[in-house]
Design a protein around this ligand. Structure first.
Ligand code: HEC
Ligand code: HEC
Length: 173
């Protein structure tokens, strides 16, 4: 994976997931918190350490953008962080850099797949009626709040249409 595409990609995902993010607490360090928690108290929000095991996302992604993406993934799949991130058996806390969970590996493939769909295919569609958010596939396009995308079966009446190229309404007889 190359990272040159990422500023735009991250931007797109951030836009696409905006409604999700706006329902969540602001990222650490934002000015929105009710009490200044940057001090040293026991409950002070400690900044997350710099990511050490990024293989598809850009290594220089900001902490805020990374966490926004992660919240977007969780919301799009209807899961919590622990769906992809393993618990450290000693500390009983989530070990974010760990690759112990298969779903994290799958998610990496999905991130790359989504990027390729957008870069190589969606970019070729020029639909003047499309809203900006229509122009990109996101995790939510397929997952719609489910960790496994739901099966879609077209309604029965559509199974009885004549073969393509012969729509009844447009035939002279
Ligand atoms: C659908 C799976 C999935 C969910 C849900 C998810 N993550 Fe991730 N997370 C990943 C993947 C995949 C990576 C690694 C990306 C890469 O390799 O570039 C990652 C990486 C991270 C990292 C960087 C770790 C490091 O040091 O390399 C942090 C921090 C993180 N996630 C936090 C979270 C938080 C917080 C949540 C919940 C809000 C969350 N993640 C939810 C898949 C997920
Ligand atoms: C084009 C449709 C599509 C898009 C876009 C998509 N997924 Fe998926 N995803 C699937 C399908 C289909 C499966 C089931 C694959 C299987 O189990 O073999 C799946 C499975 C997964 C799984 C494994 C779930 C499980 O319970 O085993 C994870 C995790 C996942 N996707 C994360 C993501 C993330 C994160 C994104 C966005 C970066 C994303 N997906 C985008 C179609 C998609």
């Amino acid at each position: 994976m190359h990272c040159k595409f990422f500023p735009a990609f991250v931007f797109v995902l951030a836009i696409a997931a905006q409604p999700l993010f706006s329902q969540q607490a602001p990222p650490t360090g934002s000015a929105g918190s009710s009490t200044p928690q940057t001090g040293t108290g026991p409950h002070a929000r400690r900044p997350l350490p710099k990511p050490v095991n990024l293989k598809v996302l850009p290594k220089d992604i900001s902490r805020e953008d990374l966490i926004k993406l992660m919240r977007g993934y969780a919301g799009s799949l209807g899961v919590e962080c622990n769906f992809c991130h393993a618990v450290n058996p000693q500390t009983h806390k989530l070990d974010f850099p760990s690759d112990a969970k298969e779903d994290k590996t799958t998610a990496r493939t999905m991130i790359a797949m989504t990027h390729t769909i957008n870069e190589q295919y969606m970019s070729q569609v020029h639909d003047p009626d499309a809203m900006p958010e229509d122009k990109h596939v996101t995790c939510g396009t397929c997952h719609r709040g489910h960790s496994m995308p739901e099966h879609f079966v077209p309604p029965p009446e559509h199974n009885h249409h004549p073969p393509e190229g012969a729509p009844p309404s447009e035939q002279p007889q």
